[in-house]
Design a protein around this ligand. Structure first.
Ligand SMILES: [Zn+2]
Ligand SMILES: [Zn+2]
Length: 176
């Protein structure tokens, strides 16, 4: 049995974000026992309950069930990256379906949920990419920057991403 979890470029710590849990399963994609189960979103015609991380990583699960792990993502000019994100990267929990942002021509890495306080801490260090995305999000809710950040600890849920190239942060939000 394999022990070391595979690494995912766009989702560095899926155990921390809760989509991969320690649980003894028989993977429906490879038929092998696994000590880890993927419990995040998977979009396919068939209802698939048990997928091992290795069948996400090598594309077996997506291929076998003709499924994908992402609901929606930025449109970027990089077919390989799209394939990797959609077919070989664990999704994340969200209320209204995930959206995966990009920056510097590549998808960002999903860090986890974020509240107003955590966001303020990142902003305090200076992050023009994050400032920009906050401006856009705040506009979307017709809130001021300050009000928006405050609401992130309340009615608005924030999902934090980081650019793999410049290190800037981006957020996606939805309403509970
Ligand atoms: Zn498997
Ligand atoms: Zn960037």
């Amino acid at each position: 049995m394999k022990n070391e979890l595979p690494s995912f470029r766009y989702h560095p710590d899926p155990q921390q974000t809760g989509v991969i849990e320690k649980e003894n399963i028989i993977c429906e994609a490879c038929g092998q026992p696994s000590e880890y189960n993927y419990v995040g979103p998977f979009y396919s015609v068939e209802d698939v309950e048990q997928i091992c991380p290795w069948c996400i990583k090598d594309g077996t699960a997506a291929k076998k069930f003709d499924g994908s792990f992402q609901q929606d993502f930025d449109c970027i000019d990089n077919q390989e990256a799209i394939e990797e994100l959609d077919k070989r990267t664990p999704g994340y929990f969200s209320w209204q379906g995930g959206y995966w942002p990009s920056h510097c021509g590549d998808f960002c890495a999903f860090i986890g949920d974020v509240d107003g306080k955590q966001l303020s801490n990142i902003l305090a260090k200076g992050d023009p990419v994050l400032e920009e995305t906050i401006k856009e999000e705040a506009n979307q809710y017709q809130l001021s920057r300050e009000k928006f950040i405050k609401e992130l600890s309340g009615g608005i849920l924030g999902y934090l991403f980081q650019c793999l190239h410049c290190g800037g942060h981006k957020i996606h939000t939805d309403l509970s």
